[in-house]
Design a protein around this ligand. Sequence first.
Ligand code: F6R
Length: 242
Amino acid sequence: MNLLTFDSHEKLHESGASIITGLVQTNPRAVLGLATGGTPVGIYEEIVKSYQRGVVRFNQATSFNLDEYVGLPEEHAESYRNYMNTHLFNHIDLPRSQAHIPDGNSADPVEECKRYDELLLTAGQIDLQLLGLGHNGHIGFNEPDHALISGTHVVELREETRKANARFFDSMDQVPTHALTMGVGTILKAKMILLVVKGADKAEIVHRALTGPITTDCPASLLQTHPHLVVLLDSEAGRLLA
Ligand code: F6R
């Protein structure tokens, strides 16, 4: 594991963005696994700046998002499709046909998960998977459980996850109860994983995920087994690591 701690968010965002743009510069056909949530917003801003400076192009790249809420219209402000458009896709030259997100409005969500896994298979291995970390140790929307699922699947969101995400909605009852998520098998198959965590409220789970036992009770602890894990933390999130 390669762990970097930053004393400023600016430097953390620049570092995360340069890892991603560096990969696409050397491999323009890179397959990127992307995340949503509060954590990667600053990284996407820096990627857009690099694109605008002409440093990198995404026209041959492919992306797969980790997850999507079930039942939120695509144009809803909090759908992950809308998030990706707003923060990244509207500002770079990644063709939309190459930017994949599970369809949370599919009439047959189980079939949609199969379709997503087939697309992933056709694309080959994900070159870099960007991840945030949930307070309960979730990655993607793989919530703590007695067993974890390898491929894309429908998940019922834990109450604590819905509460954490309620900050983006007008009220808790508007937060979807279900999501489609890539499974941990797919995440762990990525050639490189870039885990980014910020904030004092994540210090405990960072400590548990990176130094505690490897257990499905903390899905992020499985990342300890990955041969190419890069972790970017702000000093608050990294405060409990020796
Ligand atoms: C988002 C995702 C989630 C988030 C996690 C942290 O696509 O898969 O695992 O990364 O919930 O969210 P933030 O960054 O909002 O704290």
